[in-house]
Design a protein around this ligand. Structure first.
Ligand code: SME
Length: 160
């Protein structure tokens, strides 16, 4: 396993393009999904310096906090609540340019200004968790992030 993460110096897209094969290499050598989510959170945090990167897993009728990088976070989120619970309930990526404009946003930190949440889907379409990324800047995420984060979500399910 290569422990050194190489980070592209160019655009966001170039950073994702270099990150993806490295992440795949990391994940395919390890079968433990907690280890894989932990390294995925670390790789995203190290590459982009996001304020908070982490996972919530579906446990019964709630999302429960999983591996993450960043400040302390709320541990349980109900289906349909907040950005994470909405992404789970609707089975789709939710991009929030300004968290203050999202009704029901759950503020784990007052420093979080924008957010993107990508569901982790099983082959049958059921959601087993979500990838949640927060930025301390408004409108920090766009369609480039969505495209590559959805690819990363697929990778994580393959090696789940
Ligand atoms: N803001 C999220 C809660 C999780 S934290 O951002 C880590 C939400 O509204 O679902």
């Amino acid at each position: 396993m290569a422990e050194d993460l190489h980070i592209a110096e160019g655009t966001k897209e170039e950073k994702y393009r270099l990150l993806l094969p490295q992440l795949k290499g990391l994940l395919q050598d390890e079968t433990d999904w907690v280890a894989n989510l932990a390294n995925a959170a670390a790789a995203l945090k190290e590459t982009f310096g996001f304020f908070w990167v982490g996972f919530y897993r579906v446990v019964g009728d709630e999302l429960v906090l999983g591996p993450f990088q960043g400040p302390l976070a709320c541990t349980r989120i109900r289906k349909g609540r907040g950005v994470c619970g909405t992404a789970w309930a609707e089975g789709r990526t939710v991009l929030v340019p300004d968290v203050d404009a999202f009704p029901g946003h759950i503020a784990c930190s007052s420093q979080s200004r924008s957010e993107v949440v990508v569901p982790l889907r099983k082959a049958d379409g059921g959601v087993w968790g979500v990838l949640d990324i927060d930025s301390n800047r408004v409108a920090d995420f766009d369609e480039v992030d969505v495209k590559y984060l959805e690819e990363i979500a697929c990778l994580l399910t393959t090696y789940h």
